[in-house]
Design a protein around this ligand. Structure first.
Ligand SMILES: Cc1cc2nc3c(=O)[nH]c(=O)nc-3n(C[C@H](O)[C@H](O)[C@H](O)COP(=O)(O)O)c2cc1C
Length: 470
């Protein structure tokens, strides 16, 4: 099987299993903290995807970490790991966007429950961290139609289960989802929403991308797939397209101004976010496959699956932005653990203006607030090379650029409140060589004699760096 044949979550799990990327276990796991603790430990041990086939107090298995490495993202996208970013950017070019095709029926409607039969307690009641405010579903995709222009929007949001048929959905007014909810409320109308779990994993990946209000990420999922996804209309939400192969579908509405407390929740930046209010969805129907598996993910401590995906998408966004800068950008590295806030960019500098141009485009990427620019003789993914460049080419007096009052990511706990807006100060460190007469570095002056020694050494060392037995 390859990714082209994968159009649902269980096929994705089978492909991961065939590729040696998934561990399935029959041992019962308790969704109340044990699932979180094991997933968290796994993240620190090579990030295996895990399928828990038996979950305490729920008939529904759970799978975590299915997109938690670049290797798995490459497998999903049908790209080579080495060229993942460029292949991704190529696949998601606007000309390839395509709307889903609508079918009369789909696997996601094999079982149905309406009204009083809706019971969210059937699904794994997952408390991920000790300090979380309750039970959370973490990998549901929320779909809504923007009442202004009729365009669809999908996003992954944390979902706090409030009771048998209510879910608080975390979003902000400035987000695609939040904007659509508040627009409906402005007209004193309820907002219809559909939450799906599973389906084509490219649909979930596309939901994490933030496109403008005029673009539907469902069409991006089609572009990534190389053709339209299949969809059905909802039983309640009759105008909302739903991936036909979803595992579980929750349909319902958010009544005007219905805000309830949500949180705290151990977030992706490694801190608990404070309790706030969030729109409350009344779940009116649940449809699903006969034997669904629920996708989920642990946040809480970086690096996690979320940071791996977000770092990848930020690297893609930065690559796209810098391609417009006119600068010869050679390599970009988003250091794992930085939560997508740091970037190291290697350029082949042709003039001193190049650093300014890179700065302008890089600081425009929302999450980036700590940026280092180096020359291309530095391998930006190696810490020791980064520190070498910083120690020998960066002067705090001349090469530090501070940019104040930039918009902040909503969960950035260092953000300040300025005129009602959350802002951060961004910092750019120019660690490139200046054309000011400083001497050539020894590696630039590699001479013939040293090259001979190096190839001799390579000949007698094996791949692990040990001497070959002669
Ligand atoms: C696992 C996971 C959980 C997320 N949870 C939230 C969330 O609770 N609230 C939020 O605003 N964004 C969350 N995000 C990020 C959004 O999915 C992402 O920014 C998306 O593009 C937002 O789309 P929108 O601006 O169209 O609403 C999450 C991302 C992932 C991968």
């Amino acid at each position: 099987m390859d990714t082209r044949n994968v159009n649902d979550f269980q096929a994705w799990l089978s492909l991961l299993r065939e590729s040696g990327e998934l561990i399935a276990t029959d041992k019962s796991v308790d969704p109340d903290r044990e699932l979180g603790a094991i997933s968290r430990t796994a993240l620190r041990r090579g990030y295996p995807a895990l399928l828990y086939q038996k979950v305490a107090r729920s008939p529904i298995p759970v799978a975590v970490n299915t997109m938690a490495t670049r290797r798995r993202l490459a497998l999903l996208i049908g790209a080579r790991e080495e060229s993942l970013i460029l292949d991704y950017l190529d696949k998601c070019s606007r000309s390839r966007y395509c709307s889903p095709v609508i079918q009369d029926d789909g696997a996601c409607k094999e079982e149905k429950a309406f009204g009083r039969d809706v019971d969210l307690s059937v699904y794994p009641q997952t408390v991920w961290n000790d300090g979380d405010g309750g039970v959370y579903f973490t990998l549901g995709v929320v779909r809504i139609k923007n009442p202004e222009n009729g365009k669809g929007n999908i996003s992954v949001n944390r979902l706090q289960v409030k009771d048998r048929n209510h879910i608080a959905i975390n979003t902000g007014r400035e987000r695609g989802l939040g904007r659509a909810i508040w627009k409906a409320w402005d007209k004193n109308e309820p907002a219809q929403v559909v939450i799906t779990f599973g389906g084509d994993p490219l649909y979930t990946l596309a939901a994490i991308e933030s496109l403008g209000p005029d673009q539907d990420e469902f069409e991006l999922a089609g572009a990534l797939k190389g053709g339209p996804l299949q969809a059905v209309y909802g039983d309640i939400c009759k105008h909302i397209e739903i991936p036909a192969h979803s595992e579980i579908v929750m349909e319902g509405l958010i009544r005007p101004n219905m805000l309830v407390p949500e949180g705290p929740f151990g977030e992706v930046n490694g801190y608990y976010c404070a309790q706030d209010t969030a729109p409350l969805m009344e779940v009116q129907a649940i449809t699903m496959r006969r034997d669904p598996v629920m996708p989920a993910t642990y946040a809480g401590i970086p690096p996690s699956e979320t940071t791996v995906i977000q770092d990848f998408l930020i690297e893609a966004a930065l690559t796209r932005a810098l391609s417009k800068s006119g600068v010869d950008v050679r390599k970009i590295h988003i250091p794992p653990g930085s939560g997508g806030y740091h970037a190291i960019i290697a350029i082949r500098k042709n003039s001193e203006g190049d650093v300014r141009k890179v700065t302008r485009f890089a600081v425009a990427v929302l999450s980036l607030k700590f940026i280092v620019i180096t020359d291309d003789d530095v391998d930006v993914s190696r810490q020791e090379e980064l520190y070498w460049a910083l120690s020998t080419r960066f002067s705090s007096e001349k090469d530090l650029h501070i940019i104040n009052n930039m918009p902040a990511v909503n969960i950035d706990n260092t953000a300040a409140l300025n005129d009602g807006k959350r802002t951060v100060t961004k910092m750019v460190l120019d660690a490139t060589r200046k054309h000011d007469g400083s001497g050539a570095s020894v590696r630039e002056r590699r001479n013939e004699r040293i090259d001979q020694y190096l190839s001799y050494l390579e000949g007698i060392l094996n791949v692990d760096g040990e001497l070959r037995t002669m």
